[in-house]
Write a protein that binds this ligand. Structure first.
Ligand SMILES: Cc1ncc(COP(=O)(O)O)c(C=O)c1O
Length: 357
C-alpha cells in the first residue's frame, strides 16, 4: 500500500473519521505566508476574536485549543475549585470518553446522572443536590453543571431547555458549561445562530467544536460573558498543554468554519443524512417484528438504533460503526459532513438484507 493507492471508504463510526473540508485547507494555506507572532498575538487570532464576538455576543472571548477533551478540561478547571465537582449526564463525553482526563487533569469529581435521552433537566438534577449539600465537607460541593449540545445520543437541547438549566444552575450559584463538540449540529438543528441557545440562554462557557464539522484540528474554549473568568483561561490553557504555538493556523480553521456558514451548512447536511437514516431504520423497525427499535429521536447527526447482535456482526463486515451499549445492542451511526445519500441507502439496504425483509 502506498499513500496514493490507499483504499477510500466511509463508514458511520464517527464524524472524526471524516476528512478535512477543502475550504479549511484553503484558509490555512492563505495565512501561511510570512511570519506571525506565536501563541495567539497574531493578526489571524485577532480576527477570530471579532468573528466569535459576532456569533456569540460582544462579551465573548475565544481561546483555541487542540482538541475537545482539552477544551472541556480547560473550561471546567476554570470554574471548579480543588474541592468541587461537576454534574453531568452519565452519557456525557467528559465522563464516558475522556479517559478520566477531567478528574485527572482538573482534579475534580464528576457526579453523573442517568437520563432517558442524554439530557439533564432541573428536575433530574435537583434531588442529587440535596444529598450533596447535606453531606457538607464529606462530598465534593457542586460548582458546575455540564451539558452536551448536541448530546452523545444525538438529541438536542432547545434554547428554552438550556435557559431552564442555566437559571437553575445560577440559582444555586453554579455555572453552566456546554460541551459543544457538535455545536454546529445543534445550531443547524435548531435553525438559529449560535448565540440564541448559548449566550442568550444563560450558558457561561462553551467548548466549541470545529474538528468534527470539517476542521483539521480546532476546538476552542469560549467564555461568554465573564471578564474575570476569561482572564484565567490563557493560564489554564497553557498549563493544560493546550496552547498551540502556531496559533494562526488554529484560528484560521475556526474562522473558516464561519465563512459562508461552512460549519452550519456542513452540519445541515450531516443532520439531513442522519434524518434519512432515521426514517429508513424506523420503517424497517416497523416491519422487523420487534427486532429493531430506535429509542431516542434523531435530532442531529447521530442515529442510535437497537439491533440484534447477529445483525450488528453482519453489518460490521461492510460498515464501520460502534456498539454504543454492549448490553442492549444499541449502536451509534454517526453522519459526517461528507456522508452521502448513497452511503445511507447502502447501510439501510444492508440492514434490510440482514433482517431478511
Ligand atoms: C460530546 C463530545 N465532546 C468532546 C469530544 C472531543 O473529543 P476529542 O478530545 O477526541 O477531540 C467529543 C469527541 O468525540 C465528543 O463527542
Amino acid at each position: 500500500m502506498t499513500l496514493e493507492n490507499r483504499e477510500i471508504w466511509r463508514g458511520f463510526a464517527s464524524d472524526n473519521y471524516a476528512g478535512v473540508h477543502p475550504q479549511i485547507f484553503q484558509i490555512m494555506q492563505s495565512v501561511n505566508a510570512g511570519h506571525e507572532i506565536a501563541y495567539g498575538d497574531d493578526t489571524v487570532t485577532t480576527e477570530l476574536t471579532k468573528v466569535f464576538k459576532q456569533h456569540f455576543g460582544d462579551a465573548a472571548e475565544v481561546f483555541p485549543v487542540f482538541n475537545g477533551t482539552g477544551a472541556n478540561v480547560t473550561a471546567l478547571q476554570a470554574v471548579v475549585r480543588r474541592w468541587e465537582s461537576v454534574i453531568c449526564a452519565d452519557t456525557a463525553h467528559i465522563h464516558s470518553d475522556e479517559g478520566g482526563a477531567p478528574e485527572k487533569m482538573a482534579g475534580l469529581k464528576l457526579f453523573t446522572l442517568p437520563t432517558p435521552d442524554g439530557k439533564l433537566t432541573p428536575e433530574l438534577v435537583e434531588p442529587m443536590l440535596e444529598g450533596i449539600k447535606a453531606k457538607g465537607v464529606h462530598r465534593p460541593q457542586v460548582a458546575a453543571i455540564s451539558i452536551s449540545n448536541t448530546t452523545e445520543l444525538g438529541t438536542l437541547y432547545s434554547a428554552a431547555e438550556v435557559r431552564a438549566l442555566a437559571d437553575f444552575a445560577h440559582s444555586h450559584g453554579f455555572v453552566l458549561h456546554m460541551d459543544g463538540a457538535r455545536l454546529a449540529n445543534a445550531a443547524a438543528a435548531l435553525g438559529t445562530g449560535f448565540k440564541e441557545f448559548t449566550t442568550d440562554a444563560g450558558v457561561d462557557l462553551v467548548s466549541f467544536g470545529g474538528t468534527k464539522i470539517g476542521a483539521l484540528a480546532a476546538e476552542a474554549v469560549v467564555v461568554l460573558n465573564d471578564e474575570a473568568l476569561a482572564a484565567t483561561v490563557p493560564h489554564l490553557r497553557k498549563t493544560s498543554m493546550q496552547l498551540p504555538s502556531k496559533m494562526r493556523f488554529f484560528s484560521a480553521q475556526l474562522i473558516g468554519l464561519f465563512e459562508n456558514d461552512l460549519a452550519l451548512s456542513n452540519a445541515r447536511h450531516a443532520n439531513a443524512m442522519a434524518q434519512r437514516l432515521d426514517a429508513g431504520v424506523r420503517e424497517l423497525a416497523e416491519r422487523s417484528g420487534g427486532r429493531v427499535s430506535v429509542p431516542n429521536p434523531t435530532q442531529a447527526n447521530a442515529c442510535l438504533p437497537v439491533l440484534p447482535f447477529e445483525i450488528i456482526t453482519e453489518l460490521q463486515k461492510r460498515y464501520r460503526f460502534y456498539i454504543w451499549d454492549h448490553n442492549t445492542g444499541q449502536v451509534r451511526w454517526m453522519c459526517a459532513w461528507d456522508t452521502t445519500q448513497e452511503d445511507v441507502d447502502g447501510l439501510l439496504a444492508s440492514l434490510q438484507g440482514a433482517l431478511g425483509l
